[in-house]
Design a protein around this ligand. Structure first.
Ligand code: PHE
Length: 347
């Protein structure tokens, strides 16, 4: 092949390939193959020195002209393909401003949160401040301060999740550890309620969850009596379930109260006649309560000869179940939006 034939051959090769290049990637590869540092044209020009002297000027001129020609062809093709790519992207991104909008989905507060807010308001009117405590708690506050000594069988009543091996750190099994924390930080009089999550290692069923919410109440002063406890809880029940409600207090045992009671409200749904929600008993149990045990007062440095107090612990899911006739506690943490949306209220 003469130099001219080689030039023509490269031109044919390059122009055919450029015609077939359909994308920006293709022509980037094309440029590398023909005009790049190791491309055909570059190699041809670099090889001029080895040609016979009489052919060199023609080959040089021809080679440079080819380079200019291919560069121009490449630029034109590159511009055309870039414009096409932009058009396609714009077409793909097109926004139809005449389409109807999508209505935003509004969240609503969870039924348990609603119940906590409502209880906080009711108790605020009765002079109680709402405070919060840690969910990861020391065995000291969860048990020891509450008159539940180590190795005492009463500890087994609360099916505890231990966080560490020696068993000094637990997921709180009730909100009662805040009794000790609050009293240690405050001089009497004390009036607080403590809503929050508690954890129990137990089998799940329609009325047991391993995570639930309680609301602790604590009042300590010089002249607090059982009558104050009964009046406070009765008032709360009336606010929550209506002015007709009756309350029932029965003896129960909790190491940190003496005397201890469980308390119930007559079923608002059947009026005490017996129904599915109260399981035919006519009563709905709301939690435990009692007069703060002298050992607890002593443990936080209060003199039980001067001060007395009452404490109670309400099951918040339980209250929400009673009020709405929900018969499975697992629904609350089940994350089913169809369930939760039923509790949405207008803001
Ligand atoms: N902490 C108790 C429980 O979880 C409830 C309770 C609170 C009982 C305060 C008496 C006084 O079972």
């Amino acid at each position: 092949m003469t130099a001219q034939e080689t030039i023509d051959y490269i031109r044919t090769l390059a122009m055919t390939a450029l015609d077939g290049a359909g994308s920006l990637e293709d022509i980037v590869a094309w440029e590398r193959a023909f005009l790049g540092a190791k491309g055909e044209v570059t190699l041809f020009l670099r090889g001029l020195a080895s040609l016979p002297a009489d052919q060199r000027p023609i080959a040089g001129r021809g080679g440079n002209a080819l380079k200019t020609e291919l560069t121009a062809a490449w630029e034109a093709r590159h511009a055309a393909l870039s414009a096409g790519a932009l058009d396609r992207r714009l077409a793909g991104d097109a926004i139809d401003v005449t389409l109807p909008g999508r209505p935003p989905i509004f969240g609503a507060s969870h039924p348990v949160s609603q119940m906590i807010d409502e209880l906080s308001e009711i108790f605020a009117l009765l002079g109680f401040q709402t405070v919060f405590g840690p969910e990861i708690e020391t065995a000291h506050y969860n048990f020891d301060v509450l008159n539940i000594p180590k190795d005492h069988p009463a500890r087994d009543v609360w099916d505890t999740f231990y966080v560490d091996l020696p068993g000094e750190i637990v997921l709180r099994t009730h909100t009662s550890p805040m009794q000790g924390r609050v009293m240690e930080q405050t001089e009497p009089p004390v009036r607080v309620v403590v809503p929050g999550r508690v954890y129990r290692y137990e089998a799940q069923d329609a009325s047991h969850e391993w995570m639930l919410h309680q609301l602790e109440g604590l009042a300590v002063d010089r002249t607090i009596t059982m009558a104050d406890l009964k009046g406070t809880l009765a008032e709360m029940a009336r606010q929550l379930f209506g002015s007709e409600r009756k309350t029932r207090f029965r003896c129960d045992f909790f190491p940190f109260v003496e005397p201890g009671v469980d308390f119930a409200v007559d079923c608002a749904i059947c009026g005490g006649a017996g129904c599915r929600v109260c399981k035919g008993t006519g009563w709905l149990e709301m939690g435990g309560a009692g007069m703060v045990h002298p050992n607890v007062l002593r443990a936080v440095g209060y003199d039980p000869d001067i001060y007395s107090g009452f404490a109670f612990g309400l099951g918040i899911e339980r209250l929400a179940m009673m009020r709405s006739g929900v018969d499975d506690v697992r629904a609350f943490a089940g994350n089913d939006l169809r369930f939760l949306r039923q509790f949405a209220r207008a803001a």
